[in-house]
Design a protein. Structure first.
Length: 200
């Protein structure tokens, strides 16, 4: 049995102008779909086909011989997580218990935003900026290169991510990664998705 892509959680033009319909169309329809197609080819006829995606990624992560499969499978998961990390009309400060957690972990929302921007702009080359929950139950900002994902780190729970591969922003912002990152945080950040991941 092969995997299929979940549909985008919104229309392709729903995040415009922060992320244009053209970017979403290529990013979801070509890049994300491409990772899925490659993964399905690699697992065809193997026992990996029967695993949930998260388990498959964790299983192959430690095996250097499976690096190609890991890269494609992790990119399938990372992109679905990224789509859900954004929503039309998002952004701004969290409320309720998440607001308390932000204050407790960073001192202020502004400090969290600063750390997310720093992670997004200092990730050398391709990768992701993340908000995660630590083993101590606090929030923390991390970054990962290429297809790497906090899913393989048992000490943290991924809560939110931003794709900072050039394909995520080049059509809309050219080389201005910081402008893309700040626009996503200010206008699309999906706090409900963070709440959902904190509760799971
Ligand atoms: Fe991407």
């Amino acid at each position: 049995m092969s995997f299929t892509l979940p549909p985008l959680p919104y229309d392709e033009n729903a995040l415009s102008p922060v992320v244009s319909a053209q970017t979403l169309s290529f990013h979801y329809g070509k890049h994300h779909q491409g990772y899925l197609t490659n993964m399905n080819k690699a697992i065809e006829g193997t026992d990996l086909e029967a695993l949930p995606l998260e388990d498959l990624i964790r299983r192959v992560a430690a095996d250097p011989a499976q690096k190609g499969l890991f890269n494609n499978a992790a990119q399938v998961w990372n992109h679905t997580f990224y789509w859900n990390s954004m929503k039309p009309g998002g952004g701004g400060q969290p409320t309720g218990s998440v607001a308390e957690l932000v204050k407790d972990s960073f001192g202020s929302y502004d400090e969290l935003k600063k750390q997310l921007l720093t992670a997004a702009t200092t990730q050398f080359g391709s990768g992701y900026a993340w908000l995660v929950k630590t083993a101590e139950g606090k929030l923390a900002v991390t970054k990962t290169p290429n297809a790497e994902t906090p899913l393989t780190d048992t000490s943290v729970t991924p809560l939110w991510t931003m794709d900072v591969w050039e394909h995520a922003y080049y059509l809309d912002y050219q080389n201005l990664r910081a402008k893309y990152a700040e626009a996503v945080i200010d206008n699309l950040f999906n706090w409900e998705f963070v709440e959902k991941n904190l509760a799971s």
